[in-house]
Design a protein around this ligand. Structure first.
Ligand code: HEM
Length: 235
């Protein structure tokens, strides 16, 4: 009886270890990517969003969106150049979480900042602050990418899926522009880093450069099949 209980505990551990080996990376990345959201919710729950809650939400969601978007873009070179193929399993999750933060960033802006007043949004924001226009365009580009991130849409769109998802780089460029435009002169270094990273990510996509930098073997067929849930092109 005792032995069978021990065996059950052992097989539960084996099953847990197998699960962590298979899905652990995905779960770790996904939970880490959601941490800014949990932190924001926790601070809202205890009424500690600072003297300007709208600004706090804006900062956290804007930065989190930026970081997750760039991490999702970095997954492909991590696989093709460094041979870290597991990164591809988290790419779609990171992309969708970036979109979640952008949506919260937008909702905070139109709802809490501008009180859902369409006239004010158009006159005071869209027509007089060009950085809002750049951010809005980035959001509009990310929207179809998030919608078509499912396997069903991948199948339906076929080759066009990859072409469509290349728009993520245009959205990234607009997001950098948005970030740069609204920053004070002394704070431009931060968006400038994202701009440089975007250029680097685009450069390492050039096949000749990618091949010359690659230090590890290409992704094996099995892992390629497992990562078909990715939401942006790998080539
Ligand atoms: C509908 C689209 C968007 C709107 C309306 C919007 C609005 C805003 C506003 C009002 C600010 C604050 C400017 C200030 O403090 O004067 C801001 C800052 C920022 N936004 Fe957006 N944004 C949009 C899209 C995006 C996107 C797509 C990203 C990134 C993927 C992004 C990332 C940021 C970042 C990083 C900041 C700087 C935060 C800070 O340091 O205060 N935004 N945005």
């Amino acid at each position: 009886m005792l032995l069978s209980a021990q065996q059950r505990v052992k097989s539960a551990f084996i099953a847990l270890a197998a699960f962590l080996r298979r899905e652990g990376f995905w779960w770790a990345v996904t939970l880490a990517a959601l941490t800014p959201l949990f932190w924001l919710l926790w601070r809202a729950a205890i009424g500690n969003l600072g003297v300007d809650p709208v600004n706090t939400i804006n900062n956290v969601t804007g930065r989190a969106a930026m970081i997750m978007l760039f991490l999702s873009l970095a997954c492909t070179p991590l696989s093709t150049i460094l041979g870290f193929h597991r990164a591809l399993t988290a790419r779609k999750s990171l992309g969708l979480i970036a979109f979640l933060y952008v949506s919260l960033h937008l909702l905070n802006f139109v709802g809490l900042d501008y009180g859902l007043n369409p006239e004010l949004i158009v006159q005071d924001a869209l027509l007089s602050k060009p950085y809002i226009l750049a951010g809005g365009l980035a959001f509009l580009l990310l929207l179809p990418l998030a919608i078509t991130s499912t396997r069903g849409w991948m199948r339906r769109l076929g080759k066009r899926w990859k072409q469509l998802h290349r728009l993520v780089y245009v959205a990234g460029a607009l997001a950098v522009l948005h970030f740069l435009w609204q920053a004070k002169a002394t704070e431009r270094w931060e968006p400038a880093i994202y701009g440089a990273l975007l250029i680097l990510l685009l450069v390492v996509r050039i096949p000749r450069i990618r091949r010359s930098l690659a230090i590890r073997s290409p992704r094996p067929a099995k892992s390629a099949a497992r990562t078909n849930r990715t939401w942006q092109p790998s080539e």
